[in-house]
Design a protein around this ligand. Structure first.
Ligand code: FAD
Length: 451
């Protein structure tokens, strides 16, 4: 008898699992069916801001593998199919064909829930107006692009200064719109400490973005059914289009409704093999919660880097292997205007909240030897534990060449290295690529002096 793996969600987590499982077991041994609500499989959501900003013109360039390509590889990928419920006792899902408007039950031997995340929506009047967009799937990205191309909006408000909001703000500036960024906190990008976030606010203002801080959106004002402005306590910001950049929450509702355990973060609870507490039900990607290796606590981290790793692990385990997800340390990188921005581990404020006695040091140097053309500023902040010197986290903001240095610090945080040891690591040097003392070494030495 052929086993059947059913996957809910045909993007990073779901399709990586399906592809890995297919590589390990042939179609005559394992049937794989993937249900995807949207019109695309295996798309790069990360590329949406660049598609909206016209850096990438063709949406097909953001699709790694179409449903037809998956089918040729023996994966029955069905787009416009939405799973509306899971029956764990009967090992079945109820699936709605969104085009044919029909419904059927599909049995599974193993089930993978890879439903992703949902953009947070503020509970304010008018939020469902025409012209208000959350950005999560490629369908969402195409809707924003179509609106910009066809409706020619002149003004935009991005509500929330998360990294997706910042990337979308920049994309809309590229399209010629006047953009306001509305953020409740003192600085955009709350995954950084405020002093590092301030550098980003400055860069955004330099690009002509109106950065409005410590201000909440109170209502979306309408012209008929369409957005006209966003009201705050102080002013009304004109907006022909509104984009939500408040971050996302795990899409765990379908699982929760089926009695599959969901944690306080809203993410599905799994073991390190990515199996839920319900037998032969697996979960991967933005819809799960995972352990933070520094705090030891569960958290929801919506990143493609985790979704792909977790999907691969499910693909191995569901086909008789034994792979384990080791947790995360919150490493992330983005580019905002001219700035590359990276972070890993804990910020100074997160370290305090987690109960660490932490010290922090911030240094400024250059990305290349100071005499070399295009040498540019880089700011590195490191957070270490007092006494042990253990590196708890790092943040980097700087121009071209700065950002990927965060990976060096991520390896150090992952391996619980002391700042003093990092300061002596044999890192590379050549004038076009770094000063003799690389920014990472300088920051590690500075914070080591403080512990
Ligand atoms: P998703 O990619 O969201 O896929 C889930 C799929 O499930 C969706 O296609 C959805 O339609 C489908 N689905 C949901 N419910 C159902 C249902 N009931 N039935 C059928 N189908 C369903 N990460 C990075 O690491 N680096 C970046 O630079 C980066 N940039 C990003 C930029 C943007 C604009 C966005 C939106 C995300 C970005 N991410 C980035 C995050 C990354 O894209 C996600 O972490 C990753 O796509 C998560 O994969 P996933 O499979 O868990 O979820």
């Amino acid at each position: 008898m052929v086993d059947r793996l059913v996957v809910i969600g045909g993007d990073a987590g779901g399709m990586t699992a399906a592809s890995q499982a297919r590589r390990r077991r042939d179609a005559d041994d394992l049937e794989i069916v993937v249900f995807e609500r949207s019109g695309f499989t295996s798309y790069a959501a990360c590329g949406i801001p660049y598609f909206v900003g016209d850096v990438v013109q063709d949406p097909d360039d953001l699709v790694a593998r179409t449903p037809e390509e998956h089918r040729r590889r023996g994966i029955d990928a069905r787009i416009h199919h939405e799973v509306s419920s899971i029956d764990v006792s009967d090992h079945a899902v109820v699936v709605r064909d969104l085009h044919a408007e029909t419904e059927h039950r599909q049995h599974y031997d193993d089930l993978l829930v890879a439903t992703g995340a949902v953009p947070r929506r503020p509970d304010i009047p008018g939020i469902d107006a025409e012209g208000v967009f959350g950005v999560q799937t490629l369908d969402d990205g195409m809707a924003v692009r179509r609106f910009v191309d066809e409706q020619h909006p002149e003004t935009a408000v991005v509500i929330g200064g998360g990294y997706i909001g910042l990337e979308m703000a920049e994309a809309l500036v590229r399209r010629g719109l006047h953009v306001s960024l509305l953020e409740q906190l003192p600085q955009p990008m709350s995954t950084l400490d405020p002093d590092m976030g301030a550098l980003i606010a400055d860069a955004m203002r330099g690009m002509g973005i109106d950065v409005v801080l410590e201000t909440a959106a109170r209502a979306v004002e309408l012209d008929g059914r369409r957005v006209r402005a966003v009201a705050t306590d102080g002013a009304s910001l004109p907006a022909d289009i509104v984009v939500l950049g408040l971050g996302v929450t795990p899409n765990g509702e379908l699982a929760a409704a089926a009695g599959i355990e969901v944690g306080e973060t809203g993410g599905i609870v799994t073991d390190d093999r990515m199996e839920t507490r319900s037998a032969r039900v697996w979960a991967a990607g933005d819809c799960v919660e995972v352990r933070h290796r520094v705090t030891g606590k569960p958290g929801a981290f919506a990143l493609g880097t985790h979704a792909n790793k977790e999907g691969r692990i499910v693909g191995i385990n569901v086909t008789g292997g034994d792979a384990r997800f080791p947790g995360v340390i919150g490493t992330a990188i983005t580019k905002v205007c001219e700035l590359e921005v990276g972070r890993t581990g804990l910020t100074e404020s997160e370290a305090g909240e987690a109960g660490f006695d932490a010290v922090a040091a911030t240094i400024e140097t250059t990305t290349r030897a100071s005499y070399y053309p295009d040498s540019a500023p880089i700011t590195v902040k490191m957070v270490a534990e007092r006494g042990t010197g253990r590196l708890l986290g790092a943040q980097i903001v700087g121009r071209e060449g700065a950002g990927k240095r965060i990976d060096t610090t991520a390896v150090a945080v992952w391996n619980e290295m002391a700042a003093g040891d990092i300061a002596n690591v044999d890192l590379s040097y050549a004038p076009p690529l770094s000063p003799l003392w690389d920014a990472v070494l300088v920051a590690a030495r500075r914070v080591a002096e403080m512990v």
